[in-house]
Write a protein that binds this ligand. Structure first.
Ligand SMILES: [Zn+2]
Length: 307
């Protein structure tokens, strides 16, 4: 019985291989989408389901500002039907590769420029180049919903015979209802206490959406690549003391050593609370999907700042 089944399976594989040979390139091939960040990877997977192969370049837990592609990944980008990238300078280590692929005719869609990006407040005169716009749009679920609907349009451009719009609409609606949930989770934080001190300047879109103010960061600039001077750290300690901020928010993709040192310097008790920023959490964690990480961040911020 078992042997017959095995032979049957082997025969089917053999026939399948024959069929593959016979039809060659004329068979409808599946759409191959390459995505840069784990967050965009989750967005793409929610929209395409079984309708496309999805390859996410960055592993979970890696800082997108610092990621470099392997040579196999560069080849995957060059052979993709569609590349989905964050843009706005987030993937600094990939920008040359993405630019070269686009020049070779690969369809590269950078999401950030299309979802009404916000300017970095401290860089109004930084010109048109990278660094003028804030790349961290995914921490705003309303912009994520916009990105989801636009993704369906870009998928339809490369593969018009599939219904991308219906799953996109369902997922976008879920993100919009998550936004309502987050408003309600954060409602326990009084207006005067909506002040964020974070590891790096990732919470601009979050702050705009939920009426928070970013009053300081451990790492200066718009990315995670700079190192603070001791004067900058000392001035952050003063800001925290003057404003009476009860927490410093760190992130899963970066060490929290400097944030802890700052917290130790502050006269009063300051909690160090970790948030999901540039990457999803590990599978099974409370940040394993985009919706889970956004809700977890809101709960942790509410828990740390509510009186
Ligand atoms: Zn960042």
């Amino acid at each position: 019985m078992r042997r017959t089944a095995t032979i049957g399976a082997a025969l089917m594989l053999f026939l399948g291989a024959l069929t593959g040979c016979a039809t060659g390139g004329s068979e409808t091939e599946s759409v191959h989408v390459v995505v840069t960040t784990t967050i965009l990877g989750d967005i793409v997977r929610n929209v395409v389901g079984d309708g496309a192969d999805v390859e996410v370049l960055m592993p979970v837990g890696v800082d997108p500002h610092e990621f470099q592609a392997s040579s196999q990944q560069v080849a995957a980008i060059q052979h993709a039907d569609l590349v989905v990238a964050n843009g706005l300078g987030l993937e600094e280590g990939l920008s040359d590769v993405l630019e070269a692929a686009a020049a070779d005719g690969v369809v590269v869609w950078e999401v950030g420029p299309d979802i009404d990006p916000r300017l970095f407040a401290e860089a109004p005169d930084a010109g048109e180049g990278e660094g003028r716009y804030d790349p961290h749009f995914w921490l705003d679920p309303i912009r994520d919903a916009d990105a989801v609907r636009l993704l369906a349009v870009h998928l339809a451009d490369v593969a018009p015979d599939h219904d991308w719009a219906s799953p996109a609409e369902a997922y976008a609606t879920e993100l919009e209802s998550l936004n309502d949930d987050i408003v309600s989770i954060l409602s326990v934080v009084p207006e005067g206490d909506r002040k964020l001190v974070t590891n790096h300047r990732a919470f601009g879109y979050f702050s705009d959406r939920y009426d928070f103010e970013m009053i300081g960061t451990v790492i200066p600039g718009g990315a995670t690549l700079a190192n603070p001077s001791s004067a900058e750290l000392a001035s952050l300690v003063s800001v925290i003391e003057e404003e009476g901020v009860p927490a410093i928010f760190t992130e899963t993709v970066e060490p929290d050593t400097l944030a802890r040192a700052v917290a130790d310097e502050v006269g009063s008790d300051v909690k160090v609370v970790e948030l999901y920023t540039g990457s999803l959490g590990e599978p099974g964690s409370d940040g394993a999907t985009l919706t889970a990480m956004l809700e977890t961040n809101a709960r942790r911020i509410a828990g740390a700042l509510a009186p």
